[in-house]
Design a protein around this ligand. Sequence first.
Ligand code: DHB
Ligand code: FE
Length: 284
Amino acid sequence: MSRLCGGIFTSHVPGIGGAIAKGLQQDPYWKPFFDGFDPVHKWLAAEKPDVAVVFYNDHGLNFFLDKMPTFAIGAAPEYRHEDEGWGIAFERPYPGSPDLSWHIIGQVVESEFDPVMCQSMLVDHAVAVPFELCWPGDAPFTTKLVPIAINTVQHPLPSPKRCFELGKAVGRAIESFDSDEKVVVFGTGGLSHQLEGERAGHINVDYDKFCLRNLAPDPEALLQHDTLDIVELAGSQGVEILNWIAARGAMRGSVRELSSNYHVPISNTAAATVLLENRTTVSA
Ligand code: DHB
Ligand code: FE
């Protein structure tokens, strides 16, 4: 069976793509954020995961407000990034893993979720920026992608509990997939930020630290706030923490934090990067 070896949780601010393009990783503004990826690079080099199952939110590229699925799962042989207007260009294609995608889709439907199934899908900065951060350079990506989009944009949004349960169903599916592949899960976006309106620039360090403190040992603590509470606490885009909650739900083994980095601000966002190891305790 395939094995879920860990989780990577990171902000996906598009400006990071611009900083990469300009080679600003050592610039004083960016360095505290990029330094958070040193342990992630070492871990990825050692673990070499075959597939990344990425919980993220589409920001209007593949799904617009007129047709917005609550949950959508990609099942394409390959994905491409397109720029929704941020001025970032990522050329490397993302190889898909249709067999694992269809297995996940089948299993989550059996668990009474009803995702949109996407045999073609564009991915936006919420997938592209984390992939660039994890595997910098020009070499073709060798880690395959299964994208899972959660609506954090068009209300009503799903509840934290529903996202956590989706993650659990995806985790069970990964662990029942007949292959010897290693899988890493991603939760992208967050932490607190709000890009528009009277509260533009809103950041809530206390709530962010609460999430960071509980993510590994007690993720269910993050379920005590409902979705609109999270909008209030973390900002209208801080609710992207739903992607982190889903990814953490997928990790069903013994989970340990390997690294955590928090830096305020990057652009308008409280930026964070967390690496969790997932050790499977029970062998099937
Ligand atoms: C920013 C953050 C986001 O999560 C996003 O999707 C777009 C922009 C920002 O802080 O600039
Ligand atoms: Fe975002």
